[in-house]
Design a protein around this ligand. Structure first.
Ligand code: ADP
Length: 444
């Protein structure tokens, strides 16, 4: 800058001398020269300043202005500041985008409302829950879009301490869906609306209630019978024969309760315990022998007069195989299938139990019977707890309604596939396919 002052002073002196000489050494000529140089200098400075201001005004900081002389220094400074600002903007934008992506990824719906309850922004989940199209519905009143009367009342009451449960937009009588909504105040009169799909929670709650009701019902029936017999034995004079008959019936009822409690405990263990390790090995032959013993003794007990024809077929190559998993669980699943076949197949019917090698694809344990068969509409529900097709037959033969639920869990815990095929009036086939990864034997 001092250099600029020297330059200016030099020009002034030069102007004064030139004026002095041109005016034949008059003082006025020197003053005129001085004046002209000062005017010229100011015009030149103004010109550079104008160019700089125009450049600043255009805001195209990537193109440097030309002919701004010593104002280049200012240009450099402005460009540096602009770049720094751009970086900061970029960082803020990135943070905002990250933040919005995180809200978008949320399984819960998030909707921002202004002080008039108009939609400012919402994530995709909220849009899906409430049927909002962000292109179309931005700044629309939320009350005009969600027409549920409960929601309108909720907006009116502004009771932010409680959540509201409404039917989801895509709820159908055959597949009901529920959404929970809650408003939270923030900023200056603004509202945050959170939405949550609670269909599964509601279903789990319904299942829990049904389960408790079913268990109570299953236990109450034998308990009532037992209580009746105890009352009779305590209050009425009975003969020895009658007494023995009552005790026999009481023993049957208590056995029924015991079986139910055992099955419930098995199920709760299956649902709550870690998946069986792959280090415990159970020889197929052990499972096989146990199933055969169970089938024959149950069949003899149920049909002492006309025995069922029960065949056991096993590929020779399967005999040496061992299965990785819990022996008790596998035994429980297989004997459940075998005992069902015996219980539901009438006397003189036939049952075929097979263990076959599916080359490269593991082994298959199957139980086929010539029983009553099952109508197709029941098949998908058979593994539900307490689901029975023939209630009285199930109870008469000591069923708890939990057997196939146990089989399904055991199959899942052993990476196995459980399949049911049946034809009404012809018979059924239940099979468990155990994958090759869970088997070990020299032949595989
Ligand atoms: P349960 O203890 O009642 O037998 P399960 O869960 O083992 O309970 O079976 C559920 C229902 O599936 C049974 O109540 C019965 O109606 C039907 N079911 C099971 N196995 C057979 C079969 N082999 N033949 C016909 N129906 C069967």
């Amino acid at each position: 800058m001092p250099w600029r002052v020297i330059q200016f002073l030099f020009l002034l002196v030069l102007g004064a001398i030139t004026g002095y000489q041109l005016s034949t050494s008059s003082f006025t000529g020197a003053c005129a020269g001085l004046f002209l140089v000062a005017i010229g200098w100011s015009i030149f400075q103004q010109y550079k300043l104008n160019r700089l201001l125009k450049w600043l005004h255009r805001g195209e900081f990537s193109l440097r202005p030309t002919r701004v002389g010593d104002l280049e220094l200012v240009v450099d400074k402005v460009i540096r500041l602009h770049r720094r600002q751009q970086q900061l903007n970029q960082q803020s934008l990135q943070r905002l985008n990250d933040f919005l992506s995180a809200i978008q990824a949320s399984p819960n719906g998030v909707l921002l409302l202004d002080d008039q309850l108009r939609i400012e922004w919402c994530n995709q989940t909220a849009a899906h829950h409430l049927g909002i199209d962000m292109q179309r519905d931005v700044l629309q009143l939320i009350g005009n879009l969600v027409r549920d009367p409960l929601f309108s009342q909720y907006l009116k009451d502004q009771n932010t301490s409680e959540e509201l449960v409404i039917q989801a937009r895509d709820s159908r009588p055959e597949s009901p869906r529920k959404i929970s909504l809650q408003l939270f105040p923030y900023g200056e009169g603004r509202r945050l609306l959170l939405s949550r799909d609670i269909t599964q929670i509601e279903q789990a709650e319904v299942m829990r209630r049904d389960f408790v009701a079913n268990v109570s019902h299953e236990i109450r029936t034998p308990l009532t019978v037992l209580a009746g017999f105890i009352e009779t034995l305590l209050t009425l004079p009975v003969t020895e024969v009658e007494r023995n008959g009552y005790l026999e019936l009481m023993s049957q009822q208590s056995n029924r309760m015991q079986t139910l409690v055992n099955d419930l405990l098995t199920l709760s263990k299956l649902e709550g315990s870690p998946v069986p390790s792959k280090t415990e090995w159970t020889p197929v032959m052990v499972l096989w022998q146990q199933c055969e013993q169970e089938a024959r003794s149950l069949s003899a007990l149920l049909y002492p007069e006309h025995a069922q024809s029960i065949s056991f077929l096993m590929d020779d190559s399967v005999k040496e195989i061992e299965i990785a998993g819990s022996r008790n669980e596998l035994l429980s699943a297989m004997t459940n299938l075998v005992s069902n076949a015996v219980r539901y197949t009438p006397e003189e019917g036939s049952i075929a139990v097979k263990f076959v090698l599916k080359t490269g694809d593991g082994i298959e344990f199957s139980v086929e019977d010539s029983g009553p068969g099952i109508a197709p509409e029941h098949i998908p529900r058979l593994t539900e707890r307490f689901y029975r097709v023939d209630r009285s037959r199930s109870r008469e033969s000591g069923g708890t309604g939990l057997g196939l639920a146990i089989v399904k869990h055991v199959a899942q815990r052993h990476d196995s596939k459980f399949s049911i095929s049946s034809q009404l009036g012809k018979g059924s086939c239940f099979s468990l396919k155990i994958p090759a990864e869970r088997l070990r034997a020299n032949v595989i």
